[in-house]
Design a protein around this ligand. Sequence first.
Ligand SMILES: [Zn+2]
Length: 312
Amino acid sequence: MLIRSVLVLLGAIVGIVAGGCQTNATTGRQQMLFLSLQHEAQLGAEAKPQMLAEMGPAMSRAEINLYVERVGKSLLAPALERDPKMASFTWEFTVLDSNVINAFALPGGKVFMSRGLMQKMTNEAQLAAVLGHEIGHVMARHGNERVSRTLAAQLGLEVAAAAMGSGESAQLIHQIAAQSTELFLMSYDRRQESESDSLGAEYMVAVGYDPMGAVQVMEILNAVAGSSKPPEILSTHPDPARRAEALRKKIANEFPQTQGNPAYKLKEAEFKSGILNKLSRAFPHAGEPTLAGAASIVPEGALGALVGGCDH
Ligand SMILES: [Zn+2]
C-alpha cells in the first residue's frame, strides 16, 4: 500500500514537471513553467503598485513617459513577431522618478526604467538597449522560470500531493506565487541575463538602432561601478565589462552590417532634446544620481542551488 502511494506520488511529480516543460518561442529553449500567461499577467499587475511604492513614484511629466513608451513599443514589435501570444499582455513602460540607477521588468510586460539611469545616458540607442533587455526578460519568461524553480525546490511534494488529490495544482501554484512577489525582485541568473542582452540587441537591430548602444550602456555601468556605492542595477546584474565583451562579439558575428552604416542609428540629438534637456530643466538640483532606496535584493547566484527542471 505504501509502495503504491509512493509510486502514485512520484507519477504526479513527473507529470507536473513534464506538464510544465515547454519550448519558449523566443529563445527556442526548454523551460519548466508552472505559471500560465494569465498568471504572469495577474502577478505583474498585482506587483506593479508595490514596485511603485518602493521605488517610485512614477514620473509625472507626460512627455518623458511618452518618449520612453514610444521607444519601448517600437522594440516590442519585432519581439511579438517572434512570439505573438505575448501580445495578450498589457505592456507598460513606466519611468520611475528616482535618482537610483535601475531598470527591471515584471512578468506580464511591466517594464520600469529610472530617471537616474536615463540621466547617465547620451543617446536613444542606449535607452533602447535597456528597454530591449527588459522586454527580453519578459519574452523569455525569466520571472516565471525563477518562480517555477523555487516552487519545485521548496514545495514539490505538497504541490504534487495537491495536484494528485484535487487536480487544482495550477490554482495552488498561483496562490503560493502570489504571496511571493519578492521573487520578482531577485536576481536573474547569468544565462538569463546574457539571453536578455542578446534579445535586446536583436530587437534594436530589427528596428534600426545601432546595437553599439548596448555596449555603451555597459561602459556607463562599468564607469559607475567603481564608486563607493555601486548602483542598484549592479547588485542584480553580472559584471558590465563582461557583458560589453559578449555584446561586442555578438555584433561582430551576427550584425556586422550595422557598423559604419547610417541606417542603424544612435539618435543622440533626439534623446538630448526629448529627454536630457527636459530632465535637466525639470530637475535642476537633482545632482548626481544617488543610490538610496534599494529594495531587498538577494545576492546573485542565491538561487543557484534550486532545482533546474528541464535545463539540459
Ligand atoms: Zn536583466
